[in-house]
Design a protein around this ligand. Structure first.
Ligand code: OXD
Length: 307
């Protein structure tokens, strides 16, 4: 049995597609009324409490999202395979959000909006794409896709990750020792890192101060990557120019948090990328098929790395 704990509409879509393409799999949309022993596959965002005891025969746990940092891996049996969502619909939305953020910053849209509020008609000096260095932290599937989407604009591109990567047209850096060099020439920094013990709070006063004066930051990963007080301090000292946040810690921020009203911060409510079930269903089905054939699963989480 496949137990799908997605919201109603997404469940309906998955049910329809699974019934068509894998009719041999029974499908359930809620926990109540289900024989927990029959559940072998589950799709969820929240990890149900006592998951391991409740569903002793669960074999593959699919996460609805790309990030699995909210799963309590210690409570999950080691034989249970955990799979992140690596589906084209979500990836495409992340690409679009990153492009929107970079163009918004590179073309000074927020400054023009501020001018408009004061009825000011003034052209700001424009910058050539080649004069801007756009850098992505996190070179997994989404990080690489975002760099690919940015390629067409002619910015200088950089990437940083835990381990070395080679990506055509992108200057790649890795590990903590190369982080200062990576940041030193970055004008727009995009965070797409997985959240782990190593990356929590990585965007701190120390690291962000390494960016050149006037740099901007886009966080599309997890709020906890960024030390929020650091952002306020560095914006107020004009070290940072602008910050775009699709994620915060907590979500939402409390109303009194200064980031809400900061004139050089744009906040969106965690909408950069959502799983589109029409395309995610294909990914899930392909993985069920791989599982049956005893193959490695796409997007399978390495518990040691935490992503
Ligand atoms: C995700 C998210 O992990 O929406 O997919 O943040």
């Amino acid at each position: 049995m496949f137990l799908c704990l997605a919201d109603g509409n997404r469940s309906e879509v998955l049910r329809r597609i699974l019934e068509e393409r894998m009719p041999e799999i029974t499908f359930a949309e809620r926990e109540s009324g289900v024989d927990p022993h029959a559940v072998r596959f589950m799709l969820t965002w929240e990890q149900p409490v006592h998951l391991a005891d409740l569903y002793p025969n669960l074999e593959v746990l699919f996460c609805i999202g790309a990030g699995v940092d909210h799963f309590a891996f210690d409570s999950l049996p080691s034989r249970l395979r955990v799979v992140r969502m690596v589906e084209p619909g979500l990836t495409e939305q992340m690409q679009h959000y990153a492009v929107m953020g970079v163009l918004t910053l590179a073309r000074d849209l927020p400054a023009y909006q501020a001018q408009q509020r004061e009825c000011i008609w003034r052209q700001l000096p424009s910058r050539t794409p080649a004069s801007l260095c756009v850098s992505v932290m996190g070179l997994g599937h989404i990080g690489r896709a975002v760099l690919e989407a940015l390629r067409q604009f002619g910015y200088r591109l950089r990437g940083w990750s835990r381990t070395p990567h080679v990506i055509e047209g992108v200057d790649c850096y890795s590990g903590p020792e190369e982080l200062p060099r990576f940041l030193a020439e970055t004008n727009i920094l995009i965070c797409l890192l997985p959240l782990t013990d190593e990356t929590r709070g990585l965007l701190s006063v120390e690291t962000l101060s390494t960016l050149p004066r006037g740099a901007s930051v886009i966080n599309m990963a997890r709020g906890a990557h960024l030390v929020q007080e650091a952002v306020v301090t560095l914006l107020d000292s004009n070290h940072l120019d602008r910050v775009i946040l699709d994620v915060t810690d907590p979500e939402p921020l409390p109303p009194q948090n200064p980031l809400w009203k900061h004139e050089r911060v744009i906040i969106t409510p965690h909408i950069a990328g959502n799983t589109i079930m029409e395309s995610a269903a294909g990914y899930i089905i392909a993985n069920l098929d791989r599982y049956r054939k005893g193959l490695l699963l796409d997007g399978e989480v390495d518990r040691h790395k935490g992503y």
